[in-house]
Design a protein around this ligand. Structure first.
Ligand SMILES: [Zn+2]
Length: 378
């Protein structure tokens, strides 16, 4: 989830909006307008919508605070945090790596719901200081807004503690199973399975509310359920792969025998003489003057080039320059490389050994390796 609108930085962490966030902002503001209008018939139209907008903004501030708490605990454990993005289904902190110990995972996960709960109870306390008595209608707009924010933060805390991965509660569950069994893959599979069950229940509940009670919020719940389901599925698949990849390094699967290609060769000749002939899939572009590799050719990149340009365009203009892309070392764990491919949205990563080009590692290298391991039953 990459932010399209940047809002600024908090504790050095960039905060941004994904365009789908607009959907949630509209949904929240409209339902708040409806809620305030229904609860306070004496309020003017202007007050109703003014309160709805202010409450909506403060709701997003509390979502960001929830995510910041995750990010700060992650950073305290030495785990890099990319950014915090608000999108259609709430907020997400881009925490770049998994925790390496169950204790760290536990605190990273539970701090979010704790933060929301503290904010929630503090706001309800404030409303009481403002003269609100539990069970009674709030008398001023300020108390009404404070109260709604207090409730919603407690709802956020409870919802996030549902034990389905990748919700915070699912991460807590994962850390506990991990701590007890000492097996991180087993823990992820257990948490992802409960995540799938929770997601299906959420979708069913949301659809029932939407179709039988004409509640638009039900559709939103179903959407969250669908998002959770695909995230839980992905986590499950990842855990299965991770089980086979633990302890494996880049050098174990990388293609070291890359075919050298001259930099001024045309794309057309490259395709005809190199790509379509011979079973190679690793091509390195050599700079004749410097006699060293300057880039790699990723066959799928060539699809983006107009065929009419193939005969005249030198391969150097179609390659990915080694200087401009992230590379890995032969002794790096393979799991980190997969994460890198995901982050960079690429399927091939060059391997550099002490400044020298050593080969490339591709997603299919990894898949073939896992496949072979599963076939051998190890
Ligand atoms: Zn959270």
């Amino acid at each position: 989830m990459r932010a399209q609108v940047r809002l600024g930085r908090v504790f050095g962490i960039p905060i941004g909006l994904h365009y789908t966030w607009l959907l949630l902002a509209v949904l929240i503001t409209v339902s708040l307008g409806g809620y305030f209008g229904y609860r306070h018939e004496a309020w003017s139209e202007g007050l109703v919508w003014g309160a709805a907008v202010v409450t909506g903004i403060l709701f997003f501030v509390s979502l960001i605070l929830h995510e910041i708490s995750h990010a700060l605990v992650a950073r305290a454990h030495g785990i890099p945090v990319g950014s915090i993005t608000l999108f259609a289904l709430g907020g997400v902190a881009q925490i770049e790596e998994d925790a390496s110990r169950p204790g760290a995972e536990f605190f990273m996960a539970i701090v979010g719901p704790l933060t929301s709960a503290v904010i929630g109870f503090a706001l309800i306390g404030l409303a009481m200081l403002g003269g609100w008595v539990p069970g009674a209608e709030p008398r001023t707009a300020l108390v009404s807004v404070t109260l709604w924010l207090g409730y919603i933060n407690i709802v956020l805390a409870i919802f996030n503690m549902i034990p389905g991965y990748p919700l915070d509660g699912g991460r807590v569950l994962r850390s506990i199973v991990w701590g007890i069994t000492g097996n991180v893959d087993k823990a992820t599979r257990a948490a992802a399975r409960t995540g799938q069950v929770v997601a299906v229940l959420l979708i069913a509940y949301g659809l029932v509310r939407f179709f039988f009670r004409a509640d638009v919020g039900g559709l939103w719940l179903a959407l969250i359920g669908w998002f959770l389901f695909s995230a839980a599925n992905a986590s499950y698949a990842q855990a299965r792969i991770a089980k086979h990849l633990r302890g494996i390094h880049v050098r174990d699967v990388m293609s070291a025998r890359c075919v050298p290609v001259a930099a001024d060769l045309s794309v057309q000749t490259f395709v005809e003489d190199y790509l379509l002939r011979g079973g190679h899939h690793c091509f390195v572009v050599n700079d004749a003057a410097r006699n060293e590799p300057v880039g790699i050719v990723i066959p799928t990149d060539l699809r983006r080039i107009d065929r009419a340009e193939w005969p005249t365009m030198p391969i150097r203009r179609a390659m990915r320059p080694l200087a401009g892309i992230e590379t890995v070392k032969p002794d790096e764990p393979l799991l980190g490389v997969l994460a890198l491919m995901g982050r960079q949205d690429t399927s091939e990563v060059p391997v550099m050994d002490e400044g020298h080009f050593a080969g490339i590692v591709t997603r299919s290298d990894v898949v073939n390796y896992v496949h072979a391991r599963t076939e051998l039953g190890s």
